[in-house]
Design a protein around this ligand. Structure first.
Ligand SMILES: CCCC(=O)SCCNC(=O)CCNC(=O)[C@H](O)C(C)(C)COP(=O)(O)OP(=O)(O)OC[C@H]1O[C@@H](n2cnc3c(N)ncnc32)[C@H](O)[C@@H]1OP(=O)(O)O
Length: 523
C-alpha cells in the first residue's frame, strides 16, 4: 500500500532528526572518550537494564537568543533524561552532556531535569543524577539560576520520600554543587571528577591561598576530608556498579519495602559464629577490626559500606539479615579507638536518618570510649554536631537492635543505639564494659585524694586493686542487665541468631513520632 505523501514527509522529518541526534552523539563520544569518560547516553545505558531506557524530551531545544546561541540549538539541550529499570525496578535518571555547552543547565535543560524528578516523585522511584557540567549556563543568566533553585526544591521535597543518588563524573562547580549535596548519596571517580564552590583562581584571589583543583575539590578531598562524597570509585564502571548494588538494598520509596531475598539463615551455631568468641582482644585498649564482627552477623558477610573513606572511626553501610535489608552503624576501634568525633557523628547521624526515613531497621555495634576530647573538637562544635547523632537515634522509629561488643562509655554508651534513646533489643557480650568513664579514669577521679597520699609501689598496687574492683563491679554488662538496659548478655557466637530473631520479631513494629511540622535538628 502506498504511504500517503503527508506520512512520508513526517517519517522523513523523524529520520532527519534522528540523523542529527546521531551526529550529536558522535560529537559527544569524540569529546568524552579521549578523556576516559563515557557520553551521557552511554552512562545511562550502562546503568540501567538493557532495553529499559525510555528517553524523554530528546528533541527539546533551548530558546535563548543571546550571545549567538540561536545559531546553535542542539537537540536534548545538553541533558539525557528519562526513566528505566535497574534489576527490574523503576528509576528516573538524568545525565548532563558535557559536549553541549559544557553540560551546563539552562532553562530548557533544567526543565527536563525537573520533569524527571517530578515523575520520580509521582511514581515513587529513585532518581539518579549524573553530573558532568559547568553549572548554570552563563548565557542564560537568571533563567538558569531559577532552574537550579527549582531543582533544589525538588531535591528537598523528595528527601525522605524517594532515594536520590548523585554521580559526579566530571566537573561540578559553583552553586551547582548544592544539587548533589541535597541528595542522599554522592559518588565520585578517580582522576575525572571534582566538586568545588569556587576554583583555585578564585581562592587565590580571595584568600591568597595557593591550591590545586585536585587538592581543593578532587575526589579524594571530597571522599575523605570534607565527606561530600560517599564513595570514591576507581572508574566509571566501578561507580555504576556501586550505585546498582546500593539500589538493591533500598526500597523504591518511603512507603515501599526493600527487595527481600531468601532467608538462608543457618538455624544453629556455626563454626563461623564461634569465631566471634575469640574476636575481641584481651586488653581493653587493643584494636580489632569491627567489620570482622559485622561480617559474621550479616548475610554472606556482605556489608555495602557508605562513606568508607570519611570518618573511618565510624562504620555505616547496608547489609541483609535473614534476607532483609538493614542499616549497620558501628564504632571502629581501629581508628581513634572508635571515639565519636564531629565527622563520625555527622556521618552516622545522616545515615541513621536515611534508614529511618526509608523504613530500614538499624543494627548497631558499640565499642566506644566516648565522644572525642580536644580543642579542635570543642571549637569545631562537637557539642552541637555531636548532638546530631543523639537526635537521629532519638527520633528513629524503625526496628533497632544494638550489640554492645566491648566499651560503651559515657555519652558514647547513650548515643550508640541505647535502650534509652529508643532501641528495641539491646544485647551485650560478656566482654562489654558499660560505665560513665573507663576504668583508669574512674579510679583517678574517685580515689584522687587517697592515691595522692601514696607513692611508688604502694600507689601502683592500690591503683591496680581499685581498677580490678571497678572492672569487676561497676563496669560489667550485668549492672546494665540488672536494670533492664540490656535485654540479654549473650555469648558472642550467639549474636547472629539473636539479632536475626530480634529483627524477625520487630518486623511489623509500628511507632509514629509526635505530630509537628518538623523537628529542629542541631544543624
Ligand atoms: C545555582 C547554580 C549557580 C552556578 O552553577 S554558578 C557556576 C557557574 N559555572 C561556572 O562558573 C563554571 C564555568 N566553567 C568552568 O569553569 C569550566 O568550563 C569547567 C566546568 C571547569 C570545565 O573546564 P574544561 O574541562 O577545561 O572545559 P571548557 O572550559 O573548555 O568547557 C567546555 C565547553 O563548555 C562550555 N561551558 C563550560 N561551563 C559553562 C557554563 N557554565 N555555561 C556555558 N557554557 C559553559 C565552555 O564554554 C566550553 O565551550 P566550547 O566547547 O568552547 O564551545
Amino acid at each position: 500500500m502506498a504511504v500517503p505523501e503527508s506520512a512520508g514527509v513526517a517519517v522523513g522529518e523523524l529520520l532527519l532528526r534522528s540523523e542529527q541526534l546521531a551526529r550529536q552523539e558522535k560529537r559527544a563520544a569524540d569529546r568524552q572518550h579521549p578523556k576516559g569518560k563515557l557520553t551521557a547516553r552511554e552512562r545511562v545505558l550502562a546503568l540501567v537494564d538493557a532495553g529499559s531506557f525510555v528517553e524523554l524530551d530528546e528533541f527539546v531545544q533551548h530558546g535563548c537568543r543571546d550571545f549567538g546561541l540561536d545559531a546553535d540549538r542542539p537537540y536534548g539541550d545538553g541533558v539525557v533524561a528519562g526513566h528505566a529499570e535497574v534489576d527490574g525496578r523503576p528509576i528516573a535518571v538524568f545525565a548532563q552532556d558535557f559536549s553541549v555547552y559544557g553540560g551546563s543547565i539552562g532553562e530548557a535543560n533544567g526543565a527536563k531535569v525537573i520533569k524527571v524528578m517530578d515523575l520520580a516523585a509521582k511514581i515513587g522511584c529513585p532518581v539518579i543524577g549524573i553530573n558532568d557540567g559547568g553549572g548554570a549556563r552563563i548565557q542564560e543568566g537568571v533563567s538558569s539560576l531559577a532552574l537550579y533553585a527549582q531543582q533544589a526544591v525538588r531535591h528537598t521535597n523528595a528527601s525522605g520520600v524517594i532515594p536520590q543518588i548523585s554521580m559526579i563524573l566530571g566537573p561540578c562547580a559553583g552553586g551547582a554543587v548544592y544539587a548533589p549535596a541535597l541528595t542522599d548519596f554522592t559518588v565520585m571517580v578517580e582522576n575525572t571528577s571534582h566538586m568545588v564552590v569556587t576554583g583555585p583562581d578564585v581562592v587565590r584571589a580571595a584568600t591568597g591561598e595557593s591550591v590545586t583543583l585536585d587538592e581543593l575539590g578532587g575526589p579524594h578531598t571530597n571522599a575523605s576530608v570534607s565527606g561530600n562524597a560517599h564513595y570514591l570509585a576507581q572508574d566509571e564502571d566501578d561507580a555504576l556498579d556501586w550505585v546498582k548494588t546500593l539500589l538493591g538494598y533500598l526500597p523504591s520509596n518511603n512507603l515501599g519495602a526493600a527487595p527481600e531475598y531468601a532467608d538462608d539463615t543457618a538455624a544453629g551455631i556455626t563454626d563461623r559464629d564461634r569465631e566471634l568468641d575469640g574476636i575481641v582482644p584481651d586488653g581493653e585498649n587493643r584494636a580489632y577490626d569491627m567489620t570482622e564482627v559485622i561480617a559474621r552477623v550479616v548475610d554472606d558477610g556482605e556489608l555495602h559500606q557508605v562513606h568508607q573513606a570519611f570518618a573511618p572511626n565510624m562504620i555505616v553501610g547496608f547489609a541483609r539479615v535473614a534476607g532483609r535489608s538493614v542499616g549497620v552503624v558501628a564504632n571502629q576501634p581501629m581508628f581513634f579507638a572508635g571515639a565519636i568525633d564531629i565527622d563520625a557523628s555527622e556521618k552516622a547521624a545522616r545515615f541513621v536518618r536515611f534508614c529511618d526515613a526509608f523504613g530500614l531497621p538499624l543494627l548497631t555495634f558499640a565499642d566506644v570510649p566516648g565522644y572525642m576530647p580536644g580543642v579542635d573538637q570543642e571549637r569545631g562544635g562537637i557539642i552541637r554536631r555531636g548532638a546530631k547523632l543523639l537526635y537521629a537515634y532519638a527520633e528513629a522509629t524503625v526496628p533497632q537492635v544494638t550489640v554492645v561488643v566491648r566499651k560503651a562509655y559515657g555519652g558514647g554508651y547513650a548515643v550508640m543505639g541505647s535502650k534509652h534513646l529508643g532501641a528495641d533489643v539491646n544485647l551485650a557480650w560478656p566482654t562489654a564494659r558499660i560505665a560513665v568513664v573507663g576504668t583508669e579514669a574512674a579510679v583517678q577521679v574517685l580515689h584522687r585524694r587517697e592515691l595522692a597520699a601514696l607513692s611508688g609501689q604502694e600507689r601502683a598496687d592500690r591503683e591496680r586493686e581499685l581498677a580490678a574492683h571497678h572492672h569487676d563491679t561497676i563496669g560489667t554488662p550485668y549492672a546494665a542487665a540488672e536494670r533492664g538496659y540490656v535485654d540479654a548478655v549473650i555469648e558472642p557466637s550467639h549474636t547472629r541468631l539473636a539479632v536475626t530473631r530480634a529483627l524477625r520479631m520487630l518486623r511489623d513494629k509500628a511507632v509514629s513520632g509526635p505530630t509537628r511540622k518538623h523537628g529542629n535538628i542541631p544543624l
